[in-house]
Design a protein around this ligand. Structure first.
Ligand code: PGA
Length: 234
């Protein structure tokens, strides 16, 4: 299974270091073999040489350029310094708050695809879209310009109304969407939106679910470890 933690604008550089040390020890002690991804803030990126090979550090965002004049952004050169080869693209907070258009998101996708990055590509509908019965139509539109055959692609389905609300989507709804996505996406499919230690088991039991992308419930390392522990089979 895949367990990904998106720190968003949380945790310091010092705590990120401590977080990874604790997580690494937890994984070793409990023989955890799952694929773990951590997306710290860009100021907390580092090489983290002493962590297990199944923990991958990714960038929450970067500008689709090697370097240049893009005030406030980081580019490929800054990611290369730390050997970062994984990136989140299309998160709803970047679409909604940072006003990233589908066209720009596709440009980012193509740039990082050219660089061979593993891309966790996020999609998700608003409550209004769901209430209008247009969820799938909307989700397909979020794939405009995106190569679904790309071998390093991971898709994260994150209904916007379930993000940070404490209320995850219902199992049947996640199941329905992931099954529909499976028709076009052969690569791993994740669910995100209020995943926590108490619902992880149920979410991972969904047929087409290959893992989770977690925000708030993963920002403290002990909580993230508990989620991973509760997600183990048996
Ligand atoms: P959440 O966020 O777990 O706090 O709902 C999920 C996400 O935005 O990736």
């Amino acid at each position: 299974m895949i367990y990904a933690s998106n720190f968003k604008t949380n945790n310091t550089r010092a705590y990120t270091k401590e977080y990874l040390k604790t997580l690494n020890e937890f994984m070793g002690k409990n023989g955890i073999k799952d694929e773990i991804y951590i997306f710290p803030t860009s100021t907390s990126l580092d090489t983290f040489k002493n962590i297990s090979l199944n923990i991958t550090i990714g960038a929450q965002n970067a500008y689709p350029a090697k370097n240049g004049s893009y005030t406030g952004e980081i580019g490929l050169e800054q990611l290369d310094e730390f050997g970062i080869k994984t990136i989140l693209i299309g998160h709803s907070e970047r679409r909604e708050i940072l006003k990233e258009s589908q066209e720009f998101i596709a440009e980012k996708f193509n740039f990082f695809k050219e660089q061979g990055f593993r891309i966790i590509y996020c999609i998700g509908e608003t409550k209004e879209t769901r209430d209008m019965g247009k969820t799938m139509e909307y989700l397909w539109s979020e794939f405009d310009g995106i190569d679904l055959e790309y071998k390093e692609l991971i898709v994260a389905y994150e209904p916007i109304w379930a993000i940070g609300t404490g209320v995850s989507a219902k199992k049947e709804d996640i199941d329905e969407v992931l099954s529909a996505l499976r028709a076009k996406v052969k690569n791993p499919l994740l669910y995100g939106g209020s995943v926590k230690d108490t619902n992880i088991k149920e979410i991972l039991s969904i047929k087409e679910c290959d893992g989770v992308l977690i925000g708030s419930a993963s920002w403290k390392v002990e909580n993230f470890c508990k989620i991973i522990k509760n997600g183990q089979k048996g």
